[in-house]
Design a binder for this molecule. Structure first.
Ligand SMILES: NC(=O)c1ccc[n+]([C@@H]2O[C@H](COP(=O)([O-])OP(=O)(O)OC[C@H]3O[C@@H](n4cnc5c(N)ncnc54)[C@H](O)[C@@H]3O)[C@@H](O)[C@H]2O)c1
Length: 371
């Protein structure tokens, strides 16, 4: 199979979908790997490194998209890529279509097969292709948030760990999944007082145990969120309902009652965000102030650590890319339930119920779409 890897077009997105080691494995399996020139530079993987791994360097975006049978990417397709969509071409990528009606329409109009990294789900409910980036985003949420709490950034001017004779700051994390746990690890390590809320008490229990009872946990209800936010310095949104738009559990009124100059990093912005006041921002211009609170809504936070993120991502995606390439797209979708259940679009049909509900396009079952 011919596998194409375009350079990412999103603002300041420096990750690439494959490392040279990943490309090498696919070449060893008998596939051709086309890498757009300079696609890996932002993650410090040179064209030479890909060439030595057996990949072919192609000079234009068009070359990648028109020659490939399977395109692997990091972020959702850019509008300059829509013209290459066609039936028989598959895209394996973080799609997040529930919050991307334009991308959804373009993929359906083009008849593309779209398989979403974030919907590959193991029998125990884990999301193995979301986990590595969620871990990175969780850790970065505390680093980014603590930066915006600094006085010169119009923040409250508080240090997460406090100082001798000065109390620790309060970090509140909503969602005790992968990104919430990573944020907890970072905030706890920086000496903050951490409170984690979730609707899944088993996850809260595990977290409390792992942090030797030195964090606070709370069941996530509107009343608990409102009360805790009144004394929160750094709020982190880390909720997910797989495939669906993020639940809007934080109201404008709750944000209004937070201390002035506190910061809110909404990791779940890629699914639309979990607060009434949040909107997507970019790495170029990441923050805005609403109701006196600094809001950070970057959808591609792991791009800030492009090398670490590219290596972590490839480790997770490579087994699935290999399955798709070795087996063939249609056959792999029929044979492997994990890939089949992550199918979002196929031959003009939308095959995910949650995405259908979010974007208002008719749903077709995966079995019917695959024929
Ligand atoms: N912005 C970025 O750059 C970036 C990077 C990676 C991941 N993400 C996103 O971060 C989000 C979280 O990902 P994750 O891997 O941590 O998910 P996860 O499934 O591991 O955890 C989500 C948690 O949210 C909880 N939850 C659901 N509804 C809730 C509610 N009403 N109140 C409290 N908790 C609730 C779930 O029980 C679960 O524990 C996803 O949208 C993911 O796509 C964003």
């Amino acid at each position: 199979m011919i596998i194409g890897v375009p350079r990412e077009r999103k603002t300041l997105e420096k990750r690439v979908a494959l490392t040279p080691d990943g490309a090498h494995q696919l070449v060893e399996h008998g596939h051709r790997v086309l890498i757009e020139e300079n696609a890996g530079l932002g993650a410090d993987f040179s064209n030479d490194a890909f060439h030595e791994a057996g990949a072919e360097i192609v000079s234009t975006l068009k070359d990648v998209w028109t020659k490939a049978e399977l395109v692997v990417k990091v972020k959702e397709p850019h509008e300059t890529e829509y013209e290459f969509f066609r039936p028989g071409l598959a895209l394996f990528d973080y799609l997040h279509l529930a919050s991307m009606p334009d991308v959804t329409k373009a993929m359906l109009d083009g008849g593309m097969t779209g398989i979403a990294y974030e919907l590959v789900q193991l029998a125990d409910g884990r999301l193995p292709l979301l986990e590595p980036m969620s871990e990175v985003a969780g850790k970065l949420s505390v680093l980014n948030g603590s930066f915006y709490l600094l006085s010169q950034n119009e923040g409250r001017g508080v240090l997460l760990g406090g100082a001798v004779g000065v109390p620790r700051s309060n970090v509140t994390i909503i969602g005790a999944g992968t990104s919430g746990r990573a944020a907890c690890e970072m905030a706890f390590g920086m000496g903050a007082h951490v409170t984690v809320l979730d609707v899944n008490t088993a996850k809260l229990e595990a977290l409390k145990f792992d942090f030797s009872n030195q964090i606070t946990t709370a069941y996530s209800t509107p009343a608990a969120i409102r009360r805790i936010l009144q004394t929160t310095d750094l709020l982190i949104g880390a909720v997910l309902v797989p495939g669906a738009a993020a639940p809007r559990i934080i109201t404008r009124d709750m944000i209004k009652e937070m201390p002035k100059g506190s910061a809110f990093v909404d990791i779940s912005i890629d699914q639309g965000g979990c607060a009434e006041t949040i909107r997507a921002t970019s790495l170029e211009d990441p923050v805005y102030i609403e109701e006196g609170v600094l809001h950070y809504g970057v959808c591609n936070m792991p791009a800030q650590t492009a090398r670490t993120s590219t290596m972590a991502l490839t480790s997770a995606t490579l087994p699935y890319i290999t399955q798709l390439a070795d087996t063939g797209i249609q056959e792999a979708l029929l044979k492997y339930p994990l890939l089949r259940n992550a199918l979002n679009t196929h031959k003009g049909k939308l095959t995910n119920q949650a995405v259908s509900d979010a974007v208002g396009v008719e749903y077709t079952s995966i079995d019917a779409a695959l024929g």
